[in-house]
Design a protein around this ligand. Structure first.
Ligand SMILES: [Zn+2]
Length: 370
């Protein structure tokens, strides 16, 4: 008899999710079947499922009815016939939802995120090949089970809860950005939008990586106080709307500037804020954008050259980087205890989407629990 499972599916854009009973997926040879325990509800999901006509046409969405749910943590239930080492049933895992085709030029270089078919399982794709990837992996975290390539699993130690594991997507994005900035122990970093979902992740990862000072901008005073309290000696909150960030930082660093800038601000953030933060970057410093600022930024190539400053886009993170984070959390250097989990059963998935709109900055972690 076919084993069945429950999954919240979107049947029509703008309509609520509907909980359906569908067959548990079959496992292909190099895949695993994961029993999902916690699935993160990402802040942008509400926008994707309600605003489809305004969604970016170059970013393909799964065919409806679709199971969403980007960040899943759970237990390996079954392994494919060719999964012979490293992963076994019963393992606790985070599923890196970044899927690649495996055989394009980028994939054969081991550069999976730059695959022309790169796709977020349970969310959206980045290239024309994504439609096929969605057909191969149509299961997201809002279903009780999903299949994923064995190579996409991050093993979670017992010290990391499933709810914390379901936050790995945003954490990993911040970690990969810090690595691309070549951020090193003893250095300083400015995190633009430090109280948000991405920004808070960047703060705790920079602390875990041995930052000397973490400057973090935000608008909400209560949230800025909260990030300051994470490490009062190293976290320096900066309230936007007062003195220019670049002025404050140049003063605090004796005119040197910060070593790295992590830009996490959302689509509606003013360009002037981004430019101000960029001016806080030292000679030779790297700015990494993981945010969604939509307007063009006037960057002048000649000063960039003279000052050797870079502005770099960064998408997601590798499974290896996810495994680094699991090790950092297990050793106690990365503090995953900062999150306030708001747990919803699958039946309340639509309420969970509303809850994410009312979150208290990055500290709130809305998860679906199976
Ligand atoms: Zn590829």
């Amino acid at each position: 008899m076919t084993k069945m499972m429950r999954a919240a599916r979107l049947h029509q854009v703008g309509q609520p999710f509907q909980v359906d009973t569908i067959p548990v997926p079959e496992v292909r040879p190099t895949d695993v079947l994961v029993e999902v325990k916690a699935a993160g509800v990402v802040p942008n999901l509400h926008n994707v499922v309600t605003n489809y006509p305004k969604w970016f046409p170059f970013l393909p969405l799964p065919t409806l009815p679709a199971i969403y749910g980007l960040d899943s943590a759970g237990i390996v239930s079954q392994v494919g016939s060719q999964v012979r080492s490293g992963i076994k049933p019963g393992d606790r895992v985070y599923v890196n939802p970044g899927l690649s085709c495996g055989s394009c030029t980028a994939c054969r270089r081991g550069d999976h995120i730059n695959c022309t078919a790169y796709t977020f399982q349970g969310y959206f794709g980045f290239g024309p090949g994504s439609k096929q990837v969605f057909e191969d992996y149509p299961y997201g975290g809002f279903g009780q089970f999903l299949t994923a390539p064995a190579a996409n699993l991050v093993k979670l130690p017992d010290s990391i809860s499933y709810e914390q594991g379901a936050r790995f997507g945003y954490l990993g994005t911040a970690y990969s950005a810090l690595r691309k900035a070549q951020f090193a122990p003893g250095q300083t970093v400015l995190i633009d939008g430090a109280t948000g979902t991405l920004g808070l992740g960047a703060v705790i990862l920079a602390l875990a990586m041995g930052a000397a000072k973490v400057y973090g901008t935000g608008r909400n005073k209560a949230l800025l106080d909260k990030i300051h309290k994470l490490d009062p000696n190293r976290v320096v909150p900066i309230a936007l709307g007062g003195r220019a960030t670049s002025e404050l930082i140049m003063e605090a660093t004796g005119g040197y500037g910060v070593d790295a800038l992590i830009e996490t601000l959302g689509p509606n953030a003013p360009v002037a804020t981004v430019l101000d933060s960029f001016n806080a970057l030292r000679r030779g410093g790297k700015a990494i954008n993981i945010g969604g600022v939509a307007d063009p930024i006037p960057l002048e190539p000649f000063p960039l050259m003279c000052l050797q400053k870079s502005y770099i886009g960064s998408l997601w993170f590798t499974t290896a980087e996810g495994q680094d984070m699991a090790a950092m959390a297990d050793s106690g250097t990365l503090n995953l205890g900062v999150f306030e989990h708001e747990r919803f059963p699958l039946d309340k998935v639509n309420e969970a989407l509303d809850a994410i709109e009312k979150r208290s900055g990055g500290f709130t972690n809305v998860v679906i629990m199976h």
